[in-house]
Design a protein. Structure first.
Lengths: 990, 415
């Protein structure tokens, strides 16, 4: 039985009991418990099922390395699967459920996989499930999917919120153990700005559990005193519950801070993601103990020696009454001593080393604990719980020498420095053969932007375990010259398989990766089949691919692989360490950006008015524009038609503020614009407007808009709404990278101005009512502009038209946009004014045969295709895209060209439908000869109208094309002029 | 080659699987091969396989600087689809997709091709029009796709938030026979079949130089010594420009990092593949239960196989917006690969200025799905010296002539 001891427990507060549930069962723990310690203290040894064989699983470790004890935590919008109990602090009311079983944890049908284990070795699925062909998708895969996966998927929207923050420092210390605190103190004393991140809720790391003396003090005292000193220093920031999750280029560190996990619903953000830029990173992340590979090492009750010691010392939890210790090093003796001190029984210590001397074994012996040298475990007995072990000689093949009854096993296979952060950004490792570990190679650290080392490893993370050496090393934050063994310890002896000569039957029961069910035999099979690269082995067996990412299994696995290949371990190498160090919540990665503010929302000054007047929104880049303004009881189509008809008959109002407005100014501005546009802009007279086209270097039409010459040296370039930022970037690209010596300045003033289009036969009347400016045909002819005051507001008025109607676009300072909009509404009241949205805008431009960037263009269309040859200046030596447009394919007369299309039956052609041609191409695809680029129901003409690109189109007026649509139906349409409305421009030129 | 089957596995079970042979041999390089293929990624291996299978050319070496399948083939998010807009793309991707349908049986290696259905969400009017256009095009290209409405999207993907406040889902381009496959298995399956045909897969063999005389390729220098060859095929994705430089020509390729990431495994909650290109992210659920996630490339050129964190944040935001439940899951691992981007986002399968030297690259962010079709077409090009109809439009000349095959037209992302 695992129980809570009557006394002890450094971290728990027995005066504060906490209630929680596990699979509905009500249990009790104490403040300071983790979920794991509380469960174990409540005698809950069986906590889950493994991935593949659904074997019973209990706790192995006590921290981030835990592969087994994952639960679902919380409920409804706060439910979360795959929560690691060892790193989850207990809180009152926590609801937990076990995972990956059906119907119950105790009785799991999936365990049939376990009985068939010999038929399900690594990669068996690559060799099977192939016949019949459809069976993989319809039969096998669904079964695999259902039995794989761990926790239940959450289904509801997350009720918590998350935030992100930035940090900057000279030295970032990852890890708040003795090494980290000592390094932080040393750096701080030199005046550096220091941030220390500690993933747990406690400072000091392992030292308080492992014992020893630091600077003549007990670990607890040293930690308390050091913290007191550090806390007084203004240049140091200490953060607990904050894990350094990843190291990225140029000293960019990701910190994952857990704030409100134990106080759900208290209003604080649950997690905070820190993005910290550090000049130098000290990795003081400690080390992880390795399991040993013996048969049955996955039975609940078999734990890491250090983990078992943690439960005892930190939380006063005894995993069992009789604990057998199995080890290849001295450290595990500390667990024996701790158990003995707690009054528990250690029937034997099985030490794989042939002869065991030294202070720690002597201390154990002195207490009367049996130390068996050169021994190992042949087999663990028990199903859902250890009942005993069979002892064998480590050197042999597993003949049983003795059976020992026990209810727990503490194993230690040595320690591996945690080198993740060191490795994330290119730091290299070296193999330390005597201690069987990879540790950071100080000669090949990750380097920063300046090519200098950006990280240094200290303490156990650097393979330095002796407290005295850690202190010495941390003081100058440079690696210690010679790496000493921990104080007073005898050397360990690498043990990768126990016993050394174990036959297959045993190897099939030796677990390496507890969660993914990868065994010694699997790695050996991978090697036999030639999956010899460590990456192949990993992928073939899934070793190290579970939620713990191989923290316990990787080194053991690659040692076994090396052995199978007959090569030294460093020749095998490790798999790549990738962020994050342990999994971090997606919520934290997204931060505040969700829902309405998932992306920045750009609002025009009239946005609120639209929202309260029936706007049906359409996203346009980061803007939202009214698609139409719905009136009560009206459908979308009716609303759009009403807006078109009203604008054509009376007057309409459009919020055109999203239109790009870039001012280009300077002595070379004209020359610059001549390069940018296909048209000649330098000769545009002041006060005049000109429709311009811009092409990419490849000649394709990329944007269009009206350019206005504001003064001798400044032009205002209107771009499409979606294109403003891109075009401004494009201008700057050329100015900064290619024509850096041209005297030109560009400013994107899109948001500084509100722009309103007043469109329709009554437009002039409306402006006259606003008053303040002469807007007559004589004073302000088509394609001109003027500045002045309208309705008492400073305004620029452009007489341009995208609808074919008499139309003015008026720009006013953004701050006065709403006032101007309101003034227009009032003035328009008896002129039949209605606002209209983007869809009416699109329809009216299509009726008039104007192209739309993104509809008629798609990055493959050149101006010549669109009948816009008139906008391409023949007088200029060059413009962007000119040379490209001379290439063979661009000048090819067979290119598809713009025409109008009208269906024979008046119906609306489907969007994007293609015109069929005879025959098929070399790949058996049906030939085509054109496509629809824009298609609408025209309320003005009361029938479908369309524009399209057709091979030799302009020369084929009147021809009828076939457009195959759904279900083999063919719609026929006649090629016609793309200008459907007011061909002679009588309406706009009044 | 010993055939893989459930019976073979059962037989082996009785003797603890001691009898399995190597999946592929580990030979020493020979002095000369008829064809040397640089790069043992999916495309290189598939090229070799169809050279042997379709043209009987078996004196072939596939030269790999690291471990086979360790480039983008082993790093991608395994989306397979052929709902491309332009005719030449649709042809080669559909060829690939249809070969995937029978690939497990063809290779006798379960590549777990799973045509579970693929959705590309329409979230702006503009995107909707683009996808509708694609559907019409696909109909004429002989590819089954359809435009489905929001209600059907919701039914196929219950965990999706179709009513997002910013970009509500207006419908989707749906390819029922799109899906995923197991990326490593594709490389391993081809490798095993190539090895079985007597081809040499030379791993840990980095090409360091290309030798030529009189404008014709003669051989290569490698970290395992010089190797002569009759023909050379360069199939190295992100490192294409490096190899081209060795061979003395330049390619219109930019190499950038593309990242991907996975969540911790959970029980099945999404059967189909979803791509959301307006918000820029895509997701599927692996057979192991992880949510497999990707987004766009980093915006700068580099050769490190890792990317910048900012991109991960953008991708995750996009996906939480699309699948709010994701917020409660955790990211387990992120990684990156170096993708080879052309200006028109379409591949290059081409002869080169160097005689008997061919190049296959430019698959960029979306070449896993193309592996069988690309290998098929490339084998034809290498064997005959001139491209067949599948590869014809993908020559290097198109950049000179302005004959681009632009796929960014319909979708911002092309995975
Ligand atoms: C994160 C990510 C996600 C992706 N998602 C998808 C997806 O969902 N769907 C999809 O269809 N595609 C996807 N792709 C793209 C796809 O992975 C690639 O297009 C495809 O795998 C390329 O295969 P390849 O064989 O051309 O290249 P690779 O697999 O990269 O193989 C090239 C090989 O060449 C070797 N090499 C390089 N230089 C040398 C040298 N000098 N000597 C010898 N060998 C050399 C490399 O080591 C490598 O093994 C994704 C890519 C990435 C990075």
């Amino acid at each position: 039985m695992s129980t809570r001891l009557a006394t002890g427990g450094r971290l728990i507060d027995r005066t504060k009991p906490l209630n929680f549930t596990f699979n509905g069962k009500r249990l009790r723990g104490f403040a300071g418990d983790t979920l794991a310690s509380a469960l174990l203290g409540a005698n809950q040894m069986l906590l889950g099922r493994s991935f593949k064989y659904h074997r019973p699983r209990g706790l192995v470790g006590s921290g981030v390395e835990e592969p087994n004890a994952l639960v679902g935590l919380g409920r409804s919008g706060r439910f979360e699967p795959d929560q690691r109990t060892t790193t989850t602090e207990l809180f009152d009311g926590a609801e937990t459920v076990s995972q990956n079983h059906w119907p119950t944890l105790d009785l799991d049908i999936g365990v049939v996989n376990n009985w068939a284990y010999r038929f399900l070795p690594a990669g068996f699925y690559y060799k099977t499930f192939m016949f019949p062909r459809f069976a993989w998708k319809h039969l096998f895969e669904p079964i695999v999917r259902r039995s794989a996966g761990l926790g239940r998927a959450p289904s509801l929207r997350d009720e918590d919120r998350y935030e992100q923050a930035y940090g900057f420092c000279d030295v970032l210390v990852a890890g708040g153990g003795v090494a980290g605190l000592a390094a932080a103190l040393a750096a701080a004393r030199k005046g550096a700005r220091v941030i220390v991140l500690e993933q747990t809720a406690h400072w000091g790391g392992r030292a308080p559990v492992d014992g020893g003396t630091i600077d003549g003090q007990s670990p607890d005292d040293w930690i308390r005193n050091t913290l007191q000193t550090i806390e007084k220093m203004e240049n140091v920031t200490l953060r607990r519950r904050c894990m350094a999750a990843g190291l990225y280029d140029h000293g960019y560190v990701l910190g994952y801070e857990q704030i409100a996990d134990t106080t759900p619903g208290d209003g604080r953000p649950r997690h905070r993601l820190w993005r910290i830029r550090a000049a130098r990173v000290v990795t003081a992340t400690g080390a992880l103990e390795r399991p040993l590979a013996f048969a049955g090492n996955d039975v609940p009750g078999v734990m890491l020696a250090s983990g078992l010691r943690d439960y005892l010392v930190n939380w006063a939890v005894s995993p069992g009454d009789r604990t057998v210790i199995v080890t290849n090093n001295d450290d595990a003796y500390r667990t024996a001593l701790a158990l003995h001190e707690a009054g528990l029984v250690v029937p034997a210590i099985l030490d794989a080393r042939a002869s065991v001397t030294g202070a720690l074994p002597d201390a154990a012996r002195a207490l009367g604990i049996r130390v068996l040298e050169g021994r190992g475990i042949a087999k663990v007995h028990g199903g859902k719980r250890v009942t005993g072990v069979s002892v064998c000689a480590q050197a042999g093949e597993g003949s049983v020498l003795e059976d020992i009854a026990c209810d727990a096993v503490a194993m230690s296979g040595g320690w591996s420095p945690i080198v993740h952060l060191w490795s994330h950004c290119g730091g290299k490792l070296l193999w330390d053969a005597p201690r069987a570990m990879f540790r950071p190679d100080a000669a090949r650290p990750p380097t920063g932007a300046d090519g200098q080392p950006m990280a240094v490893a200290v303490g156990a993370a650097n393979g330095v375990f002796a407290l005295s050496a850690i202190l010495a090393e941390a003081k100058d934050t440079a690696p210690a010259p010679a790496i000493p063994a921990p104080d007073d310890e005898a050397p360990m002896a690498p043990v990768w398989v126990m016993p050394q000569g174990a036959p297959d039957a045993l190897r099939y029961k030796m677990w390496l990766d507890f969660q993914n069910d990868v065994k010694v035999s699997d790695v050996q099979l991978a090697a036999r089949e030639g999956y010899a690269s460590v990456e192949h082995t990993k992928r073939y067996t899934t070793l190290g691919m579970a939620t713990d990412q191989g923290k316990l299994s990787n080194i053991n696995g690659l040692a076994i692989l090396s052995d199978a290949l007959g090569q030294p371990i460093p020749a095998t190498g490790t798999t790549t360490f990738r962020p994050p160090y342990t999994p971090i919540s997606f919520g934290a990665i997204a931060g505040e950006a969700r829902g309405e503010i998932f992306q920045p929302l750009r609002r025009t000054p009239m946005h609120e008015w639209h929202a309260t007047h029936g706007a049906h929104w359409e996203p346009v880049g980061l803007w939202r524009r009214p698609y139409t303004y719905l009136r009560h009881g009206e459908g979308l189509h009716d609303s759009v038609r009403r807006e078109v008809r009203n604008t054509r008959a009376a007057v309409g109002l459009l919020d055109a503020s999203t239109l790009g407005k870039i001012v280009v100014k300077g002595p070379d501005a004209g020359k610059f614009l001549d390069m940018l546009y296909t048209n000649m802009m330098s000769t545009l007279p002041v006060g005049k407007c000109r429709y311009g086209l811009m092409c990419s270097e490849n000649g394709f039409l990329s944007d269009d808009g009206v350019v206005v010459r504001l003064s001798e040296d400044s032009w205002l370039c209107h771009t499409t709404s979606g294109g403003a930022d891109r075009i401004h970037g494009w201008m700057e690209d050329w100015l900064q990278c290619e024509w850096w010596d041209w005297k030109v300045h560009t400013v994107n003033l899109t948001e500084q101005f509100a722009q309103v289009a007043v469109v329709g036969p009554n437009a002039r009347k409306l402006l006259e009512k606003l008053g303040g400016m002469d807007v007559s045909a004589a004073a302000l002819p088509f394609m001109t502009f003027t500045e002045g005051v309208l309705a008492g507001i400073r305004a620029r008025v452009f007489r341009i038209s995208f609808s074919g109607e008499l139309s003015y676009e008026i720009a006013v300072p953004a701050s006065e946009g709403m006032a101007f909009w309101t003034a227009c509404l009032q003035a328009g009241e008896d002129l039949g004014l209605m606002p209209y949205g983007t869809e009416a805008l699109h329809i009216m431009r299509a009726e008039k045969g104007f192209i739309m960037i993104g509809d008629e263009t798609d990055g493959t269309v050149i101006p010549q295709d669109l009948g816009l040859g008139w906008a391409i200046s023949k007088k200029k030596a060059d413009y962007l895209g000119k040379r490209a447009q001379e290439r063979a394919h661009m000048a090819n007369p067979d290119r598809w060209q713009l025409v109008g299309l009208e269906t024979l039956d008046g119906s609306v052609l489907p969007d994007g439908v293609l015109a069929l041609a005879a025959g098929v191409n070399g790949n058996g695809q049906k030939n085509t000869q054109g496509r629809v680029t824009s298609t609408y129901f025209s309320p003005t003409l009361n029938k479908g109208i369309a524009m399209g690109l057709v091979r030799h189109g302009p020369q084929r007026m009147g021809e009828v094309l076939d457009f195959p649509t759904e279900g083999g139906k063919v719609v026929q349409a006649r090629i016609c002029d793309p200008v459907f409305y007011d061909k002679d421009g009588e309406k706009q030129n009044v | 080659m010993r055939r893989y089957s459930v019976f073979a596995v059962a037989r082996e079970a009785l003797r603890f699987h001691q009898g399995w042979a190597r999946a592929w041999a580990n030979p020493e390089p020979k002095k000369r091969y008829d064809v040397v293929i640089v790069g043992a990624g999916g495309h290189g291996l598939a090229t070799a396989y169809y050279l042997g299978k379709n043209y009987g050319i078996r004196n072939v070496a596939i030269v790999e600087k690291g471990w086979l399948g360790g480039g983008n083939t082993g790093r991608n998010t395994t989306i397979i689809r052929s709902n491309y807009l332009q005719d030449p793309s649709a042809a080669i991707y559909e060829k690939a997709r249809s070969l995937y349908e029978g690939l497990s049986q063809d290779l006798n290696y379960n590549v777990m091709f799973s045509p579970r259905g693929l959705l590309m969400l329409g979230q702006t009017e503009h995107e909707v029009r683009g996808y509708k256009r694609t559907v019409w095009a696909n109909n004429l290209q002989g590819i089954e796709t359809e435009w489905i409405d929001t209600a059907r999207v919701q039914k196929l993907v219950p965990i999706m938030n179709t009513l997002g406040p910013r970009y509500p889902v207006l419908g989707a381009l749906y390819q029922a026979r799109g899906g995923t496959a197991r990326h490593d298995a594709v490389a391993w399956g081809y490798a095993r079949a190539c090895s079985d045909m007597g081809m040499d897969i030379l791993q840990n063999c980095e090409v360091t130089g290309v030798r030529s005389a009189a404008g014709q390729v003669q051989g290569i220098d490698t970290s395992r010594g010089p190797i002569d060859c009759g023909k050379l095929a360069i199939v190295v994705a992100g490192h294409s420009s490096v190899l081209a430089e060795m061979a003395g020509f330049r390619l219109p390729i930019e190499s950038m990092a593309l990242q991907a990431l996975v969540s911790e495994p959970i029980k099945p909650c999404m059967d189909v593949v979803v791509m959301a290109n307006t918000v820029h992210g895509y997701m599927s659920q692996s057979d192991k239960g992880e949510m497999v996630i990707g987004g766009g490339t980093d915006g700068f050129n580099n050769y490190t196989q890792r990317g910048s964190w900012q991109h991960v944040e953008e991708t995750v935001r996009a996906l939480i917006e699309t699948f709010p439940m994701l917020s409660r899951l955790k990211m387990m691992r992120q990684w990156g690969g170096i993708v080879d981007m052309t200006g028109d986002r379409s591949p290059i399968l081409s002869t080169t200025p160097l005689g008997n030297c061919f190049v296959n690259c430019g698959w960029g962010t979306g070449g896993f799905k193309a592996i069988p079709g690309s290998g098929w077409a490339m084998a034809e090009l290498v064997a005959k010296g001139t491209p067949g109809p599948l590869a014809a439009e993908f020559g290097l000349n198109r950049f000179k002539e302005g004959r681009f095959i632009d796929e960014s037209v319909a979708a911002g992302v092309a995975h």
